[in-house]
Design a protein around this ligand. Structure first.
Ligand SMILES: [Zn+2]
Length: 109
């Protein structure tokens, strides 16, 4: 997956903000990262917003990547069916596309 790193302070981010939330720098490098991390939390969305109705129910997970970056992503339908994802379990996060809108998937290892 590709993340952004602030050229001024080095803060890694996956959020496409116009400025760095730490130093307000406005220039970023694209950094490739393997996406390995651990599951920090997850929740099942049973009543999604209108734009996401076609996918209900689905699970959104928060993962902490190995560099400390927090990333949200959706579990694939197969994993969502059995909800076997445990807090602290190893996961891999991938981008389905690196251009907005970026859609991330979280997959248990
Ligand atoms: Zn910065």
């Amino acid at each position: 997956m590709v993340i952004r790193r602030c050229q001024s302070c080095g803060h890694p981010s996956v959020t496409p903000l116009p400025v760095c939330p730490i130093c307000l720098g406005d220039t970023f490098d694209a950094v490739h990262q393997d996406g390995n991390g651990t599951c920090l939390s997850w929740t099942r969305i049973r009543r999604p917003a209108t734009d996401f109705k076609c996918a209900e129910p689905f699970i959104v997970a928060v993962a902490r990547l190995q560099n400390g970056t927090l990333v949200t992503g959706r579990l694939a339908q197969a994993e969502a069916a059995d909800t076997a994802l445990e807090i602290g379990a190893p996961v891999v996060v991938t981008n389905q596309a690196n251009e907005p809108p970026v859609i991330r998937r979280v997959r248990p290892l």
